[in-house]
Design a protein around this ligand. Structure first.
Ligand code: ZN
Length: 164
């Protein structure tokens, strides 16, 4: 798979599938992570999930402003606390953002790109991004989260997670 793989859009069935766990983190998985990071950077997003580039595996990547990109393989939310209203957008639903509710903080466990167990406690945008990307692994998009989601058009049209 080439770097900066084309991302998948709303309507593509891979975005609605429950992604499979990664049994072994080998070179091909590490290359996939590299492709995901390249695609995330090109799009200017703070996160990306493997189904967004057409791969139905439980892998997400995240990059907060000024920090190194990070990958989490087989991520699971083990704790959620609080609630806050956020503006959210998704690379797979270009041109729109909407207001939804997310947890104020989450704790996620999983593995890093070398297979080492990791556990992350996050608040704010990072917590929002983790919930958003984890939802992708279960075939859920932010536009499913509220009725009626107050969608509005945004510029530039491709944002992941942040919608302002
Ligand atoms: Zn998304």
């Amino acid at each position: 798979m080439a770097a900066q793989t084309m991302h998948r859009l709303l309507g593509d069935s891979v975005l609605r599938r429950k992604a499979r766990r990664v049994p072994t983190i080998d070179r091909s998985i590490q290359r996939l992570i590299d492709d995901m990071v390249a695609t995330m950077k090109q799009a200017g997003g703070v996160g990306l999930a493997a189904p967004q580039i057409g791969v139905s595996l439980r892998i997400i990547v995240l990059q907060m402003l000024g920090e190194e990109p990070m990958a989490i393989v087989n991520p699971e939310i083990v704790k959620r606390a609080g609630e806050r209203e956020v503006t959210e957008a998704c690379l797979s639903v270009p041109g729109y953002a909407g207001e939804i509710k997310r947890s104020a903080s989450v704790t996620v466990k999983g593995q890093d790109r070398h297979g080492k167990a990791i556990r992350i406690k996050a608040t704010g945008l990072m917590a929002q991004a983790l919930e958003h990307e984890l939802d992708h692994l279960d075939g859920v998009l932010y536009v499913d989260k509220t009725e009626p989601v107050k969608l509005h058009k945004i510029e530039p049209p491709t944002l992941e997670v942040g919608g302002d």
